[in-house]
Design a binder for this molecule. Sequence first.
Ligand code: GLY
Length: 309
Amino acid sequence: MSNSYSLMIHGGAGALEDLKQEASEAVFQQSITAILEQGRQRLEQGDSALDVVEYCVTLLENDRLYNAGRGSVLNAEGKVEMDAALMNGRDLSAGAVACIKQIKNPIALARRVLDRGEHVLLVGDGALEFAQFCQMETYPDDYFITDARIKQLAEAKSAGRMTLDHERIKPSQKLGTVGAVAQDLQGNLAAATSTGGLVNKRWGRVGDTPVVGAGVFADNETCAVSATGYGEQFLRTVLAKTISDFVHFKGMDADAAAKAGIEYLVRKVQGDGGVIVIDGAGNCAAAQSTSGLIRGWIERGGEAICKLG
Ligand code: GLY
């Protein structure tokens, strides 16, 4: 039993100037702080880290500011295809879904996969059939699609490229995805990540988000990690597990491991993105190779802090 709790969330990485063009700093601050305080309430009343990361990601998915759930980016066919995953550091149980549509909260479907315990990752039509089996409500495609995402896809197509969530059509980087990591009063760690992926991506493309060890990882013996960035680079470096390994094999704390992870990402694959990490001592840390990373944290029950740069 720990006498404190920690919580950290993110709303995507990218070029700081681009993040600020999407919404003012105050709008992001308000959104992130409100979600942190709602998560705090749950942790203070003794809810598990797993329940709280799912809850916080659900709130991020419901906010059209972010590239997950409502407001997800569009693929090359103008459709939304979403990925999500979460992991419990207490027992390494995990649930994930990929290439899904019409589910309001992909992270809730991933949680159903985890709770059932039969499989870890369900994709496409099979995942949707499982959602029906779980009696989850489906939403029309229109619910997810915003005018800003339609414009963003048109710009990406005219520039003939695939881009990241918060990225304008220029050589800057703006990478979307949302995520949460937490440590509860019992000392358990958990991580959750959800995304609409990359703008103008090929249909059927799956990034790092639903892949345990790449975009999400949690182990009570090491840390909890949620990643945001160019998914292919995080897949190739298995970055979330690599960060956990830095804690396990090198004895690093959250801050050192997050920095070492991003250094590895950049050195090996010139990767773009960021990570949030909480270690077993409740330390909160973030690192990124982009100039911006929308994030906020409550370290060991302290005040809620939000940063974009
Ligand atoms: N990191 C999100 C993605 O590449 O799909």
